[in-house]
Write a protein that binds this ligand. Structure first.
Ligand code: SLL
Length: 226
């Protein structure tokens, strides 16, 4: 039975809830392989969908379906019905994971599809840096921030989002929108700063190499002309 509050919508309202999805991965030392993990599995990783600061999102999410690389993992579709919505696996390669969020039936909303490219290796660095990173068993993370927007939610879902939700979502996420955006923007800028520094290091290195090559060529020319 569908009640009126499950079909009647709250006009002119949008309610948004933050989510963080993505993965953590760390190299598996050969002697610390979980039992059953294949010999060529170099990493252990966890893909998850959470709220900000690991808050529980099960008050508005009913279940999450993760679709793994079908040729590698059996079963490839993992359905997680309770929080934390996450899957831990081992493997050697990166691939795209389709994530489907299912909302509670009173929301009368269709599932929402997201995609995350599983990340096992750091983005940038010299071969030596990557090797050192692997040997030290350092973990890698790749998370995306997003907001699930309920446009004109059903009355029942509005109730869930505003009552149950406020009890669990931290004040920072609930407060004036500006505050929260500021925080995430700052985090993004920090990440960008680190990325830009790295890019500059790499370009400086390439410039130096090009300069050395130019000198070599000049020297060869000079000798030829002698
Ligand atoms: C690649 N296109 O070639 C990707 C596929 C698949 C990763 C990566 C599990 C291995 C297994 C695993 O890591 N699969 O147990 O078969 O990079």
């Amino acid at each position: 039975m569908v009640s009126a509050s499950q079909t009647k919508r709250v006009k002119g309202y949008s309610v948004y809830r933050p989510i963080v999805y993505g993965n953590e991965a760390h190299p598996l030392p050969p002697d610390k392989r979980p039992t059953g993990a294949a010999a060529d599995h170099t990493h252990q990783w966890t893909i998850s969908v959470k709220g900000i600061n690991d808050t529980d999102i099960s008050y508005f999410i009913k279940k999450v379906q993760f679709k793994l690389h079908a040729e590698s993992y059996t079963p490839a579709i993992r359905t997680i019905e309770t929080a934390p919505f996450q899957v831990t696996e081992t493997g050697w390669g990166e691939f795209e994971i389709a994530i489907k969020l299912y909302f509670h039936p009173e929301s009368n909303e269709k599932p929402l599809q997201l995609f995350h490219y599983l990340k096992l290796h750091p983005y940038i660095g010299t071969e030596a840096e990557l090797e050192a990173h692997r040997l030290q068993g350092k973990s890698v993370t790749s998370y995306s921030y997003d907001e699930v927007v309920f446009n004109e939610p059903t009355e029942a879902m509005f109730e869930v989002l505003t009552n149950k939700g406020t009890a669990r979502v931290p004040p920072r996420a609930r407060g004036a929108k500006g505050e929260f955006v500021e925080e995430t923007e700052r985090m993004e800028l920090d990440k960008l700063g680190a990325g830009l520094r790295k890019v500059k290091e790499q370009t400086d290195l390439i410039k130096q190499k090009a300069l050395a090559k130019e000198k070599e060529v000049a020297e060869l020319r000079r000798r030829l002309e002698e």
